[in-house]
Design a protein around this ligand. Sequence first.
Ligand code: ZN
Length: 289
Amino acid sequence: MEISKEAAVKAVGAPEPEELALINALARRELEAGEVYTFTLRLCDNDIDRDFERFDDATLDQLAPMFVGVSGVFDHQWSARGQTARIYRTEVVDGDGSLTADGRPCRYLKGWAYMMRTQENAALIAEIDGGIKREVSVGCAVEQVVCSICGQELDACLHEKGEEYGGQLCCGVLTGASDVYEWSFVAVPAQRKAGVIKSAGRRLEDEARLGRKYLKALRAEVVRLAAITEPQAGHALLEKVSAKLDEEELLGLIKLYREKAGALTAPRVQLSYGEDSLPREIADGAFLI
Ligand SMILES: [Zn+2]
């Protein structure tokens, strides 16, 4: 279901006196209302994003004060000329009754920002005034990414974000705000909502993701083989134990269990534990650097 959300950026114009007081608390000199231009933006929310991640509700509350005073930059076309805006107020807004993709009440972090009404900013102000949508990207750091299925750290558990388990979509819950970086306007066509950048490099993120996938595949294999060779052991216990093991221990156990599983069955019968059940890049040995 497509959920319509407030545009990321909305013009406000000249600030009211109480807003101006907040701006002046940050400004280097006392500014007049006519000198500044203000607008609101949707910084981030608790809905599941394109990376199958979402902010924890409490984390949004923690992020709110951290964004005050943080500067935003505009895309290349603009930033070349040095335009910046600055957030002077934030608030976590309870949604308008709309629900997140997984059915929770929508909440979002709203920011109020100001920029100087200079010659250089005139065209940009006209764009915001004209309602030309721009995506807002926000950079921040969180303490941990928790699995929405089991509540453990996503790195350590057996679930993979984006996959469904018993009809429930697994996502990473971004928990515990630890830092905020700059935010920026990017001139891409309007998206449903603000984009959030959560890590430094795409490549690093991909590598980390593949590494997690590999470890998860190993853990799943240990649990599967253990269930065959030690049928009396409970599945939950096996999952818990395997989550604590590192690659070397997991590979050792897989070897041991495979031998044991082989001994349990009639000779020449091949168990279907093979590489089929592992992601292709793992079976190919791409990880064995
Ligand atoms: Zn999990």
